[in-house]
Ligand binder design. Structure first.
Ligand code: NAD
Length: 290
């Protein structure tokens, strides 16, 4: 059993903190919002982030974006200074690689970036995938804790490597989903049935996760959001955030990612048309309507 400070009890953080409590850990929690504080049953409420971090062996954050993470760890009354020198600090938010590296370097404590995939359902069911960057010894200490909230935990490399893996994976997903949608839209124009395209492409060189697990048309994969009017799932607005982070990384490193750039434009357009709250596979409706 470990003493843990957990800051950021939103849609993801609250169920993650609950799973740490269920695993038998002593969890002290803090969120700026009183409503969010009420969601971490079984945890000890703290009156500030610094109070939650004081005396903890691990401190975790699950916050919206890079500026919140920088402020929470390094700002006045920040979590890094409030933690003991040997405490392992873990940020699970999805943020840009540059901020992740900057906070890790400035924290003065072992620091891991550990963004997740799997969404709110994965957070509730403790089936998240963690992509982790940072020192190997800190990863070894943190791994059992991450296993209590997830199913797959991968050490990707040094500081920022977790955020890098998340950005690359989600850019690939954004592109492959648009490609899958375009194939179905073209099939419709050609009079080819969804079932026939699925039957062929799922067993040949067009095969990919966007087709076989998350099919953007109803029918072939009964559990995909297309079968429930594109209720998320993974909301298009979150996809815009993640592909935006990938494009920021591409601009900073000089990587050529023209398909990623186009995918970001198309998802932005979809969100501007009111699709932000629907599943990202719902972009097929916009493509069909063009
Ligand atoms: P959310 O907006 O529901 O929760 C964020 C919480 O952080 C809020 O309760 C807010 O009050 C709190 N907060 C902000 N600044 C704070 C501070 N300084 N101190 C204390 N609390 C603070 O967001 P979410 O959906 O839980 O997402 C959190 C992170 O996880 C984001 O980076 C997101 O990109 C990532 N993520 C989300 C999903 C998803 O499906 N929601 C999936 C994968 C990754």
């Amino acid at each position: 059993m470990a003493r843990i400070g957990f800051v950021g009890l939103g849609n993801m953080g609250a169920p993650m903190a609950r799973n740490l409590v269920r695993a038998g850990h002593e969890v002290s929690v803090y969120d700026l919002s009183a409503g969010a504080m009420a969601r971490a049953e079984g945890a000890r409420p703290a009156t500030s982030g610094a109070e939650a971090a004081g005396g903890a062996e691990f401190v975790l954050t699950m916050l919206p974006a890079g500026q919140h993470v920088r402020e929470a760890w390094l700002g006045t009354g920040g979590l890094a200074a409030a933690s003991a020198p040997e405490t392992v600090l873990i940020d699970c938010s999805t943020i840009d690689v540059g901020t992740a590296r900057e906070v890790a370097a400035a924290a003065g404590r072992p620091f891991l970036d550990a963004p997740v995939s799997g969404g709110v359902m994965g957070a509730e069911a403790a089936t998240l995938t963690f992509m982790v960057g940072g020192p190997g010894d800190a990863f070894a200490r943190a791994e059992p804790l991450l296993q209590a909230m997830g199913r797959t935990v991968v050490h990707c490399g040094e500081a920022g490597a977790g955020q890098a893996a998340k950005a690359c994976n989600n850019m690939l997903l954004a592109i492959s989903m648009i490609g899958t949608c375009e194939a179905f839209v073209l099939a419709e124009k050609l009079g080819l049935s969804h079932e026939a395209l699925f039957e062929v492409a799922s067993k040949s060189s067009g095969q990919c996760w966007s087709l076989t697990t998350y099919c953007p048309v109803p029918g072939p994969v009964p559990a995909s959001p297309a079968n429930r009017d594109y209720r998320p799932g993974f909301a298009a607005a979150l996809m815009v955030k993640d592909v935006g982070l990938a494009q920021q990384a591409a601009a900073e490193t000089g990587a050529s990612t023209p398909m990623g750039a186009r995918a970001l434009e198309l998802y932005r357009e979809f969100v501007e048309q009111g699709g932000g709250g629907t599943d990202f596979s719902g972009i097929i409706r916009m493509l069909r309507g063009r």
